[in-house]
Design a binder for this molecule. Structure first.
Ligand code: PAF
Length: 291
């Protein structure tokens, strides 16, 4: 092993079977450990590592899953080209995660796509659910399976996927999973772009163009004193000034319902945006207070 590669003994314990993962978790529970769980699709970046660091503060054992879930990709989406970087992911998790669960598709779906699905309901068909029909049913189904496999005390999600966070939180409440959810703020590059595994699809020009998303959120947040419509107008003006950004949605939502905030909404709200830059679809959001 060369100097800049982690020692084998430092690598997290890796399991690709449900049985192996369950045995590892059982052993650690037997040692009195609580379990914090970070579900991911791999291609880990600094945003994921923040989730794992938070997990470390919440439990004695940290489990990370790496699974590109076919159920949450539409037929014309990037499932096949989604980056799969297991060796680099394991190296990034050295000293941060104790156990990594990286199953193949047949381990998770031995009978093909599972017939039993979790339905994301009305909110699941809005926003990302419009351009990605079935995406949230597929996401909640795999998250429920992973919760059933890992049986964590707490699972950690990133605020960047605001709609996913809302829906997972509601699923945990609605289906009485005996666990809690912790949410970590979006990690951004110094220029403001939210970290995403899909940022690697952007070329240099597109990456510059993509800065219109955080700029729109910042303009919207700065207009919060004027209420919902003022926020939308200010954010929209920034997007409209960048013709290479193809807007998918831009809205202000009530965080309690993830439905559009009323024009007279007061208190916490979130500006949410999704857009295509080149062939890459990006999402971002910002929490605001409407006075
Ligand atoms: O946010 C993600 O990376 C995925 O949607 C998740 C939660 C790992 C489920 O596949």
């Amino acid at each position: 092993m060369t100097d800049n590669l982690p020692e084998l003994r430092d690598l997290p314990e890796l399991h690709d079977t449900i049985e192996g993962l369950r045995a590892a978790v059982r052993k650690r529970r037997g040692d009195g450990h609580r379990i914090a769980f970070v579900p991911t699709m791999g291609a880990l970046h600094a945003g994921h590592l923040e989730l794992v660091r938070r997990a470390r503060t919440l439990a004695e054992t940290v489990v990370v899953s790496i699974f590109v879930n076919p159920l949450q990709f539409g037929p014309s989406e990037d499932f096949d080209r989604y980056p799969r970087t297991l060796d680099a992911d394991l190296a990034a998790l050295v000293g941060l995660a104790d156990v990594v669960f990286a199953p193949g598709v047949p381990e998770m779906y031995p009978d093909g796509a599972s017939e039993t699905r979790v339905m994301a309901g009305q909110v699941g068909s809005l926003y990302d659910g419009v351009s990605r029909p079935g995406h949230f049913d597929g996401t909640l189904t795999v998250v429920a399976k992973l919760f059933g496999i890992v049986a964590p005390d707490v699972a950690i999600f990133g605020q960047k996927d605001a709609q996913q966070v809302f829906l997972v939180g509601r699923m945990v409440r609605d289906l009485n999973f005996p666990m809690s959810i912790a949410v970590v703020d979006t990690v951004r590059d110094p220029d403001g772009l939210a970290l995403s595994s899909r940022n690697r699809y952007l070329d240099a020009g597109e990456r510059q163009t993509a800065l219109a998303l955080p700029a729109a959120l910042a303009a919207g947040a700065a207009a919060a004193d004027g209420g919902t419509q003022a926020v939308l107008d200010a954010a929209r003006a920034v997007i409209d000034a960048e013709p290479a950004v193809r807007l998918d949605y831009l809205d202000v939502v009530d965080p309690d319902t993830f439905l559009p905030a009323r024009s007279d909404h007061r208190g916490p709200a979130s500006i949410i945006v999704a857009a295509r830059v080149g062939s890459t679809r990006l999402i971002d959001n910002e929490r605001i207070i409407l006075p």
